[in-house]
Design a protein around this ligand. Structure first.
Ligand SMILES: *[C@@H]1O[C@H](CO)[C@@H](O)[C@H](O)[C@H]1NC(C)=O
Length: 132
């Protein structure tokens, strides 16, 4: 969308809607009249985030299996399981990241929480490095 009513005040803004990862890159604006020319360049970065869901898979060996899932991130996010006092969980974690439609990343991570250990609340945290 352009805003012609703003041109007279020197504002030649362009609004991009329904952005995709492929829209990232360099944008150049060139304004010219009979007497002069002006150019500006800007770099557009695209970031995407999505809801994160945890499910309880049930008993796994000596523990309880949990799964954390999310789809639709860009760029590649970081996933972390966190227990009591914000500490990393010591248990074995298997994280699988795939890049799907429109280059967005999906993450699935499994953890087995051992019974008897006092983990407190367990969280799955997914972070987008562009947004910190
Ligand atoms: C330029 O116009 C757009 C659209 O009306 C507005 O959102 C933006 O804040 C304006 N920028 C300046 C610097 O006035």
């Amino acid at each position: 969308e352009l805003f012609p009513q703003e041109f007279s005040s020197g504002n030649v803004s362009l609004k991009l809607k329904r952005l995709q990862v492929a829209d990232a890159g360099t944008y150049q604006c060139l304004v010219r009249n009979s007497e002069w020319t002006q150019e500006a360049t800007t770099e557009l970065q695209v970031a995407a985030v999505a809801p994160v869901l945890i499910d309880v898979l049930g008993p796994r060996g000596q523990g309880i299996g949990l799964i954390c899932r999310t789809a639709g991130w860009f760029p590649k996010p970081e996933l972390q399981w966190v227990g009591k006092n914000g500490q990393n969980l010591g248990m074995e974690i298997v994280t699988d990241m795939t890049q799907e439609r429109e280059n967005l990343y999906s993450v699935v991570s499994h953890v087995t929480v051992t019974e008897g250990e006092d983990n407190g609340d367990i969280s799955c945290i997914v972070r987008n490095g562009l947004l910190v």
